[in-house]
Write a protein that binds this ligand. Structure first.
Ligand code: SAM
Length: 218
């Protein structure tokens, strides 16, 4: 799967995407991440990506042309119009991102994510360029870069072969009926009077499974 991220702050992604599980998935070729600087798709010498809102009001708005050009470039030159492509506009008023959304998106070949900034993005992008507007929660961030990273992270770990232990994915929070994962503990079995539940030390796998199921339901 390839993630294509459109942003005015491309450097933001370097550190996070080169570490840990995502960094390894990239090295092993299980995912690819391409970051595009929106300013490279402007046509004026100041590389202008924003302008004042029609009708007045505070803040600046991302212009429709550079984003449209960038998405067209990605579709035409980078992925040759692969049918399995989705264009996501990050937006505080979008559909809420969830584990189910991540699961659906993990089967897509190319995911293009547009990171907004300032007052937002000219609505014509939502209407004509993006397939969906996606929010990561009911709060307003300064830009779409953190939402993009969150989506890439949640989706990448669902791609087959990315997590070392397949079972890590089989029982997780939100994987079925919105149950949470069971609590986990590691050594030592007692610390400052805080003890690991006896059942986990019992070696009785049937009892452990029952205990974990009960905890998930709770
Ligand atoms: N004026 C907009 C509003 O009230 O909905 C907020 C714009 S916000 C300051 C700038 C950009 O950050 C948005 O265009 C979007 O790309 C991103 N953003 C902010 N909050 C977000 C959220 N909860 N989920 C996804 N993207 C978000």
């Amino acid at each position: 799967m390839t993630f294509h991220i459109i942003t005015i702050f491309p450097e933001i992604f370097n550190s996070y995407f080169n570490e840990s599980i995502i960094g390894r998935a990239k090295k092993e070729g299980k995912v690819a991440l391409k970051v595009y600087n929106l300013r490279d798709f402007t046509e004026d010498k100041h590389k202008t990506v924003d302008d004042t809102p029609y009708g007045g009001g505070p803040g600046m708005v991302f212009k429709v042309e550079p984003i449209t050009r960038c998405v067209e470039f990605i579709k035409r030159d980078e992925i040759a119009n692969d049918e399995s492509t989705r264009v996501i506009l990050t937006s505080a008023k979008g559909d809420k991102f969830s584990q189910k959304t991540a699961q659906k998106m993990s089967t897509i070949e190319h995911l293009i994510i547009i990171c907004g900034r300032y007052e937002g993005v000219d609505e014509r992008i939502a209407d004509n360029v993006a397939d969906a507007e996606v929010s990561i929660g009911d709060y307003v961030l300064t830009g779409g870069e953190l939402p993009a990273m969150i989506m890439v992270d949640a989706i990448t770990r669902l791609i087959p072969g990315v997590l070392g232990n397949k079972e890590s994915l089989e029982i997780e929070s939100h994987d079925r009926c919105d149950l949470s994962d069971y609590p986990v503990y590691t050594k030592p079995n007692s610390f400052c009077g805080w003890d690991v539940p006896d059942v986990l030390l019992s070696g009785n796998h049937k009892k452990i499974t029952t205990w974990r199921e009960e905890k998930r339901k709770k």
